[in-house]
Each structure stands twice: as structure tokens, then as C-alpha cells.
Ligand binder design. Structure first.
Ligand code: AP5
Length: 218
């Protein structure tokens, strides 16, 4: 399966793709996680992208495309892959077409009010990048990662002004890609969230059933 998980900032791309990874045994390439790791390590790439990521602005296409290619090259032959956070511009989508044949887009349709609630209470593991929420998906021990016992932190781009900026960039530059993919007849499955209390698991199960119906997975 070659898939894109597509949705606004905070729609749950990381939350659902990590669960689909476990369920389907596919690889996930998450652009935002890659950039945050590089910033943490203060690498050359990290220095180049830090100001964009912290302001919620898009990293220039040529950098993102290069990083994607490097990470795709590490995916074992025959493995499925889910792209989280790529493409975000028409230029990126056009480049992707030259390197990968997409089977499916998994679209997360979540209203802005739920996104804003969830992003303001999101916490991330400093060590393994697992995603939690202090209100909706709490770790077993406050501020400690269930998986690796790393400390949790709040992303600098999860403050109200930056969240608004990210949502606007999504509306202006990324959401039009859906029209592009519809015109290209790439199949799209939509997972719609209308209720803030719905946990991820039933939605992941629905995605799995849809993927089976389309014979994308067995
Ligand atoms: P990135 O990290 O991809 O940020 P984003 O798109 O803004 O998405 P998020 O990671 O904020 O949210 P998400 O959809 O993964 O939601 P999550 O699962 O955490 O990118 C960061 C930055 O990198 C960009 O701003 C840009 O600067 C740069 N960048 C990355 N890719 C780029 C590209 N292609 N081109 C240019 N620049 C690029 O969920 C959110 C919260 O909700 C969590 O707390 C979670 O626990 C909670 N939650 C989710 N679902 C549920 C549920 N069902 N029940 C309860 N809680 C839930």
C-alpha cells in the first residue's frame, strides 16, 4: 500500500498513522517528526528548517523533496508506506508523482474547533515522538511516555497564534491538493470526526475496513 494520510494540522495524522503502522505492518514517513528530530540534534538540516517549523510555515519544497527521497530510499522493497505531512503543495504533489504510484489517500475530516481543542492539550514524547493529549489521550503517568518513559513536552508550534497560521496555510496551500487528486482519480477514503470524545481505535478499524473493501489491504 502506498498511501498519503491527509488532513489539517492536528487532524490526527500522526495518531492514526502510527496505529495503522502497527495494524498493517507498513512504514510511516512523517515529515514533521523528521524535521523536529533534526532540529533537536542541531544538524545542518535542523538549522535550515527550525525557523519554518517553529512558526508553522512551510519548509521550502526543494528541501522537503530531498528529505522525502532520502527516507523513501530506506523503505525496504515491497513494504507499504504511509506519507504523513507530504505533499503539502502542488509542487510537492507533482514531484511525488514522478517517484511513487499512489494507491490511496486517507483523508481526515475534522472540524477546526476539535483541532484547536486537541492541539492546545497535545503533548509529545521528547524521546520517541509518541503523541498524547492531556485531556483526551492521557499517558498512564502524568508527563511520562507510556512506551519509553521519556518526558513529554508541548510543541512550540502548538500555541494559539501559530495554530491559526498553520490552519490558514493548510486551507490556502494544502487542501486544494484534494481537487488535484480527485482529477487524477486517486481513490480517497474519508474518516470524518464529528465528536471530540471518539477515541482513535474505532476510526482506525473503519479505515481498515474501507481499505479491505478497496482491496488495498487483505
Ligand atoms: P507536522 O508535524 O506534520 O504538523 P501538522 O501537519 O501541523 O500536523 P500535526 O503533527 O500538528 O498534527 P497531526 O495531524 O499529526 O495530529 P496528531 O495525531 O498529533 O509538521 C510540522 C511542521 O513541519 C510544519 O508546520 C512545517 O513547518 C514542516 N513541514 C512538515 N511537512 C512539510 C512539508 N511537506 N512541506 C513543508 N513543510 C513541512 O493529533 C493531534 C492531537 O489530537 C494529539 O494530542 C492527539 O493525541 C489528539 N487526537 C487525535 N485523534 C484523537 C482521537 N480520536 N481522540 C482523542 N485525541 C485524539
Amino acid at each position: 500500500m502506498k498511501a498519503i494520510i491527509f488532513g489539517a494540522p492536528g487532524a490526527g495524522k500522526g495518531t492514526y498513522s502510527t496505529r495503522l503502522k502497527t495494524k498493517l505492518g507498513v512504514e510511516v514517513i512523517a515529515m514533521g517528526d523528521i524535521f523536529r528530530t533534526q532540529v533537536k540534534e542541531n544538524s545542518e538540516l535542523g538549522k535550515k528548517v527550525q525557523s519554518y517549523v517553529e512558526k508553522g510555515a512551510l519548509v521550502p519544497d526543494e528541501i522537503v523533496v530531498e528529505v522525502l527521497k532520502q527516507h523513501l530510499a530506506k523503505v525496504p522493497n515491497g513494504s507499504g508506506v504511509i506519507l504523513d505531512g507530504f505533499p503539502r503543495t502542488l509542487e510537492q504533489a507533482k514531484t511525488l508523482e514522478t517517484i511513487l504510484q499512489l494507491d490511496i489517500i486517507i483523508l481526515l475530516d475534522v472540524p477546526d474547533w476539535i483541532i484547536i481543542e486537541r492541539l492546545s492539550s497535545r503533548r509529545i514524547c521528547k524521546n520517541c515522538s509518541a503523541v498524547y493529549n492531556t485531556r483526551f489521550l492521557k499517558p498512564k503517568i502524568e508527563n511520562i511516555c507510556d512506551k519509553c518513559h521519556g518526558e513529554l513536552y508541548q510543541r512550540p508550534d502548538d500555541n494559539p497564534d501559530v495554530i491559526q497560521n498553520r490552519l490558514k496555510i493548510y486551507q490556502d496551500q494544502t487542501s486544494p491538493l484534494l481537487i488535484y487528486y480527485k482529477e487524477k482519480n486517486v481513490p480517497i477514503i474519508t474518516s470524518k470526526t464529528t465528536d471530540i470524545d471518539t477515541p482513535p481505535e474505532p476510526l482506525v478499524e473503519q479505515m481498515f475496513e474501507e481499505l479491505k473493501k478497496l482491496k488495498i489491504v487483505n
